[in-house]
Design a protein around this ligand. Structure first.
Ligand code: PFF
Length: 449
């Protein structure tokens, strides 16, 4: 039976749900990762494949996640268990929720390290220490930070504490309140920054770089990165959106909300590209600089531009806010599950989960210094965590959600929960989640084996 309330609370309105989910979706993935993987994978063709993945796979799977969450009104592990029971299929589908909890921990561990870099750069730019940087100095600054475990440790710990404080507040006083504060600030900062970038004279080149299609530059590996990123950026395949869906008001339409969330997320990714690349081009830097793009290339650019001090500071504040609103959704499924299963209070659950992700993060930050020689599978821990989560666990979680909703869950449950009045639209969604999503994900996996 469909329930009307979760024990954890319900968002005040459908817009709070949309902005909370958009807060989860919009994060380091949009501002830090998207521009540099576009740069590494040759620009426009990659962007096109990425957009196709969002629309054909991301949106239908997100609708699947939200409908599961809202129907069961529980944390992902228990929601899958309950719907499997209701529909009379194997309850081991709840293992998908457990895999999601694991993916959330793993993502959090490197996410929090990058967020720590961002906080460090907020402090640097805010205290006027980023003036007259040359390429080399900026490189030294960033490499110096990576080589310094105690500074990394400090910022990582601060970030974990911030996230856990919000989550400990609960759905209404923690997550919803943070959403109301962070999201308007984030959009306002982004608009100001884009206005600034458009004055650099390189806006047209940045536009061509993002939207000029050169398929020669794209490989199957690039296609997998595009698919993995579609999941990562929409926070799919690990239960974050499912958990947020379980707090969604009953009357709100799922399809409309999901389309809005995906559109907002895509908008922010493209806008971030349009903020970053004009600055990169105006200062003749390399768009394919990799993960350091934001931490080396941009600070040099900011320090050379008129008004760059304050713009740089605003930029890093923007990224920090985006990282915070995403990170809370990485741990919410695990926290909610502990509350449901063990009957712990929020505070106790947050303390436990916080301690765990804090410890894991120490391993991730060590990959740049005391653990740098440890390279299982030819990658350091940090790169491995990124690869395993985004390119394997999230698409795998996504395929499972698609198979569960498309092939196991009673169609009438989906129809009832989605309440799409146009029968054709429902059929389109059903075909996408039943056939297109699993086949596309499976095919891209196979190509890369
Ligand atoms: N969507 C976030 C980003 O783009 O930065 C990252 C993320 C958050 C992934 C929450 C997964 C998740 F559950």
């Amino acid at each position: 039976m469909s329930k009307t309330e979760s024990i954890h609370g319900t968002w005040a309105s459908r817009w709070v749900f949309i902005f909370a989910a958009a807060g989860s979706a919009v994060g380091l993935g949009n501002i830090w990762k998207f521009p540099y993987i576009v740069g590494e994978n040759g620009g426009g063709a990659f962007v096109l494949v990425y957009l196709a993945c969002i629309l054909m796979v991301g949106v239908p799977v997100m609708m699947g996640e939200v409908l599961i969450g809202r129907r069961a009104r529980q944390s992902p592990v228990n929601a899958l268990h309950e719907l499997a029971t209701e529909t009379g299929v194997d309850t081991r589908w709840s293992l998908v929720g457990l895999m999601g909890v694991l993916a959330g921990f793993l993502i959090f561990s490197f996410y929090s390290v990058v967020a720590g870099w961002v906080l460090h750069y907020v402090a640097l730019s805010g205290s006027g220490q980023m003036v007259d940087l040359g390429q080399e100095q900026a490189g030294d600054l960033f490499n110096g930070l990576l080589a310094d475990p105690s500074t990394l440790f400090l910022w990582h710990s601060l970030f974990v504490a911030l996230v856990m404080t919000v989550v400990a507040g609960g759905v209404i006083n923690g997550l919803e309140r943070a959403t109301r504060l962070l999201m308007p600030a984030l959009f306002a900062l982004l608009v100001v920054l884009m206005g600034y970038s458009s004055t650099t004279g390189q806006f047209g080149n940045a536009w061509n770089f993002l939207f000029g299609f050169d398929f020669g530059a794209l490989s199957w590996d690039g296609v997998l990165v595009a698919l993995g990123h579609a999941f990562f950026t929409l926070s799919l395949g690990m239960g974050a959106i499912m958990a947020y869906g379980s707090y969604m008001p009953k009357k709100a339409s799922i399809g409309g909300a999901v389309l809005t969330i995906a559109a907002l997320d895509t908008l922010v990714a493209l806008m971030s590209g349009l903020v970053i690349f004009p600055i990169v081009f105006a200062t003749q830097m390399d768009p394919g600089a990799g993960p350091g793009l934001m931490f080396v290339t941009l600070p040099v650019a900011f320090s050379q531009m008129p008004g760059g001090q304050i713009i740089g500071f605003m930029f890093f504040v923007l990224v920090a806010l985006a990282a915070l609103s995403s990170a809370i959704s990485l741990v919410e499924p695990a926290v909610a599950w502990l509350v449901e299963r063990k009957g712990f209070g929020r505070l106790k659950s947050c303390a436990l989960i916080g301690a765990l992700v804090w410890l894991l993060g120490i391993g991730a930050l060590g990959s740049f210094n005391f653990l740098s020689d440890f390279e299982p599978f030819g990658k350091n821990i940090f790169d491995l965590l990124d690869f395993v989560t985004a390119n394997l666990l999230l698409p795998l979680g996504g395929i499972c959600v698609a198979l569960f909703v498309g092939w196991r869950l009673k169609q009438s449950i989906s129809a009832d929960e989605l309440a799409i009045s146009n029968p054709l639209l429902f059929k389109v969604w059903y075909a996408l989640i039943r056939f297109v999503a699993p086949v596309a994900i499976g095919f891209i996996f196979l190509q890369n084996l």
